[in-house]
Design a protein around this ligand. Structure first.
Ligand SMILES: C[S@@+](CC[C@H](N)C(=O)[O-])C[C@H]1O[C@@H](n2cnc3c(N)ncnc32)[C@H](O)[C@@H]1O
Length: 273
């Protein structure tokens, strides 16, 4: 089933329930693994597994919530990039993404990447790469991988953790001000849990970012968009359905896949040829 049709009202994703999210239920008619040739069922956690993971990972959620609160405090006195730098300096791994002990995040990375259409990607971009946990995994999918993050501190840390991975590169950059030399440069872009951290954020800002991201993709290129989503408990979740809607409505993007998982939305788009 073609997702663009299934989600034409733009609201299907929004109508989630906490129970659905907890149980890992996809939006009806919106999960299209066959259309992109990757069976994802193996990676989808079972209900029992979800509940236990959620309980054992409780420190992960507490850490994330605390970091978000601290980021808000920093933002009251500093701009976005400085606030994120201060956060990374103070907390090293603010969202617990670098810790193998938090199973939820590791499963999430694996599931996200399983949604990618199987292709030989030449050049991938991880926008909002943070400490580079997902960027490093992308090396298994693309010949060259670039991670960009607005935080100099995160980029410095990600670069330090590089061994001799010559196909991996990190650079500081702002999703709101991406340089022109990146245009038409990527056949794969991944943006995970980044856009709801934009500051300022508004419909207009999201549309501008969307237009820039489309310009960075080569024709036929793939965009994987993932954003945390519960039930509007937190500011991130309040923006997530809107972010996905903005990308879904891009004239140059076709939605290949869209699903709701515990506790995030995932969309795969393809740029027109
Ligand atoms: C929750 S982390 C996600 C990191 C990574 N995408 C992952 O999933 O492992 C959010 C990241 O978005 C970055 N970020 C926030 N605003 C940004 C912007 N305007 N441009 C680039 N990165 C940004 C933050 O510095 C932070 O590293």
């Amino acid at each position: 089933m073609h997702v663009r049709r299934a989600s034409a009202d733009g609201g299907a994703v929004v109508r989630s329930t906490f129970i659905d999210a907890l149980l890992g239920i996809d939006c009806p008619g919106q999960h299209t693994p066959d259309s992109i040739g990757n069976p994802t069922a193996d990676l989808r956690p079972t209900m029992t597994w979800n509940v236990f993971t959620w309980l054992s990972d409780i420190r992960f959620w507490v850490r994330s919530a605390r970091s978000d609160a601290q980021l808000q405090r920093f933002r009251s006195q500093h701009d976005n990039a400085q606030s994120l730098d201060l956060l990374y300096e103070e907390r090293k791994d603010p969202w617990g993404l670098d810790s193998p002990h938090f199973h939820y995040q590791q499963i999430k990375y694996a599931t996200m990447l399983s949604l990618l259409p199987r292709r030989d990607y030449k050049r991938a971009l991880d926008l909002g790469c943070g400490l580079g946990n997902l960027t490093r995994r992308l090396r298994n999918h693309a010949d060259q991988v670039l991670g960009i993050d607005v935080s100099y501190v995160a980029i410095a840390q990600a670069t330090r953790e590089m061994t001799d991975q010559s196909n991996l590169q990190f650079q500081q950059g702002d999703a709101l001000n991406l340089t022109r030399d990146l245009d038409n440069g990527f056949d794969l872009i991944v943006i995970a849990d980044t856009l709801y951290y934009l500051s300022p954020i508004s419909d207009a800002v999201l549309q501008t970012v969307r237009e820039r991201v489309v310009q960075l993709l080569v024709p036929g290129g793939i965009l994987l968009l993932v954003n945390h989503f519960t039930v509007n408990f937190d500011p991130g979740s309040r923006w997530t359905p809107k972010i996905h809607r903005v990308f879904r409505s891009a004239p140059d993007l076709t939605t290949l896949h869209e699903s709701r998982r515990p506790f995030y939305l995932a969309s795969v788009f393809e740029k027109s040829l």
